[in-house]
Design a protein around this ligand. Structure first.
Ligand code: SAH
Ligand code: SF4
Ligand code: F3S
Length: 451
């Protein structure tokens, strides 16, 4: 039996896409390789959002190729966002590469790789490696690969991502995603509901709805009784019997209206966590980033959501060292972090992306300064995050048990509604169970619970 290995970088969109490609390989009679060095087909799903992400994928592929010189039949492929941004260039960078497929043609990955592998295994002398080189980045019907999920085997996990829209048209001046993921398009609600029901029937308890700006879902639809297309979708998914938890990511302050704030007050399955990218605390920088909101508006939204759902955990994304960011601008970001008190924040050093407007802006911030701001902000973020975690000690929380703890396989791990991991003893609950626990202890980012 041939085997496949898939390594995924980047966001949840990529995770979900990889899952679908994996499903096609399984349906085609492949198994998952025990290790990347034993696989007949090696695929890396790539991210282009920062240079580091691209370098990691290139480095990994280079290493895997060099480790397989005695297995010349192995098919190597890149998929995903870096393919959209670098395309043919990848064949030059990685000479051993066979297949590259962009974000719009996941359904082509399996047939391409499979036929190439079969050809090679059939020929006594292995064909010259580059012969199979294929580039596929044609735009496909947006939901063609949404059906692949039918092939998924029995689920091993109790939570799943469901993509409700593709692409992004915001064109934030630093971001490559609009170029790698194409135009924004929403999936029909009926398809989404079908997928959710199927997942729930197969044991899924928690669904995360995915989109680059998830709250723009269905924006061409009319507002009915003050509720936008997105809020109506939340309500419909919420209705699905057997679903216990509902999340969405990522929302954007644009189009984040009162109806969505209110949803936190009347949809109990909607979890007490929102990942709400702020990017900067300086209005001047937000404007240069082409983020069409002011810092004040962002703060007001956070406050309103906390009124609607008092235990809401808010996490965010922040970019430091955007072109033109002065020390004053940076300090405004730091002040915003102090004021809002995030439960956690991902801090990114600005990384110039080819073809995006910010890459050509004057006053690029030097690496040393980016690192200093990153380091300084991380201290602040961590201090606040740990304090917020400590405040949970002694409280009752319901956790959804996910599986073995990542740090200690002899313990189990679950997540609270706020999406915080909690470690519990083995044997007191089953994976997929919702379990009320008391938080006994907190060591920084890890919480320990007891029944
Ligand atoms: N669609 C989401 C973000 C997707 S990208 C949103 O708009 O909220 C995830 C995060 O990567 C962004 O929130 C941003 O903080 C970061 N990011 C994007 N481009 C970047 C770049 N060129 N350099 C550094 N960080 C970047
Ligand atoms: Fe990128 Fe902005 Fe779109 Fe998010 S909203 S994916 S940051 S362009
Ligand atoms: Fe990266 Fe593409 Fe996601 S660039 S963040 S994998 S949409």
């Amino acid at each position: 039996m041939s085997s496949v290995y898939i390594k995924t970088y980047g966001c949840q969109m990529n995770e979900r896409d990889s899952e679908q490609v994996a499903a096609m390989f399984l349906a085609g009679g492949y198994s998952f390789a025990n290790s990347e060095l034993e696989a007949d087909v090696v695929l890396i799903n790539t991210c282009s959002v920062r240079e580091k992400a691209e370098l990691k994928a290139l480095g990994k592929m280079g290493m895997l190729c060099s480790q397989s010189v005695d297995r010349p039949w192995v098919v190597f492929g890149f998929m995903g966002c870096m393919v959209q941004s670098k395309a043919r260039e990848l064949f030059e960078t990685v000479p051993r590469l066979d297949v590259v497929t962009g974000t719009h043609c996941y359904h082509r990955v399996f047939p391409l790789c499979d036929s190439l592998l079969k050809q090679r295994l059939a020929s006594a002398v292995h064909s010259p490696l580059r012969k199979g080189a294929q580039l596929c980045e044609v735009e496909d019907l947006p939901d063609a690969h949404n059906r692949i999920r039918d092939h998924l085997p029995a689920r091993t996990s109790c939570s799943a991502f469901v993509s409700i829209m593709q692409g992004c048209e915001m064109r934030c001046s630093y971001c490559i995603v609009p170029y790698t993921r194409g135009a924004e398009r929403s999936r029909p609600a009926a398809d989404i509901l079908d997928e959710v029901r199927r997942l729930v029937d197969s044991g899924v308890k928690e669904i995360t709805l995915l989109g680059q700006i998830v709250n723009r879902y269905g924006r061409e639809e009319p507002v009915i009784d003050g509720r936008s297309g997105f809020v109506r979708l939340l309500e419909m998914v919420h209705e699905v019997d057997g679903l216990e938890r509902l999340r969405f990511t990522s929302p954007h302050p644009i189009g984040f209206r009162e109806d969505l704030v209110r949803a936190f007050s009347y949809l109990p399955k909607l979890c007490s966590h929102i990942h709400f990218p702020m990017q900067s605390g300086s209005d001047r920088i937000l404007q240069l980033m082409r983020r069409p909101y002011k810092q004040q508006k962002y703060v007001e939204l956070c406050e309103a959501m906390r009124v609607a759902r008092p235990d809401l955990a808010i996490t965010t994304d922040i970019i430091v060292g955007f072109p033109g960011e002065t020390q004053e601008d940076y300090l405004l970001t730091k002040a915003a972090v102090e004021q809002i008190k995030f439960d956690n924040a991902f801090i990114f050093q600005y990384s110039p992306r080819r073809g995006t407007p910010a890459a050509d802006m004057p006053d690029q911030v030097c690496l040393r300064e980016k690192e200093a701001r990153n380091h300084d902000l991380l201290d602040t973020v961590n201090r606040i995050a740990i304090a917020r975690n400590r405040a949970l000690v002694g409280t009752q929380q319901v956790i959804l048990v996910d599986g073995p703890s990542k740090t200690n396989p002899n313990r189990l791990q679950g997540r609270t509604s706020q999406n915080k991991p909690v470690i519990i003893e083995q044997g007191i609950a089953k994976v997929g169970e919702l379990l009320p626990v008391t938080i006994r202890e907190c060591t920084g980012f890890t919480l320990y619970g007891a029944v």
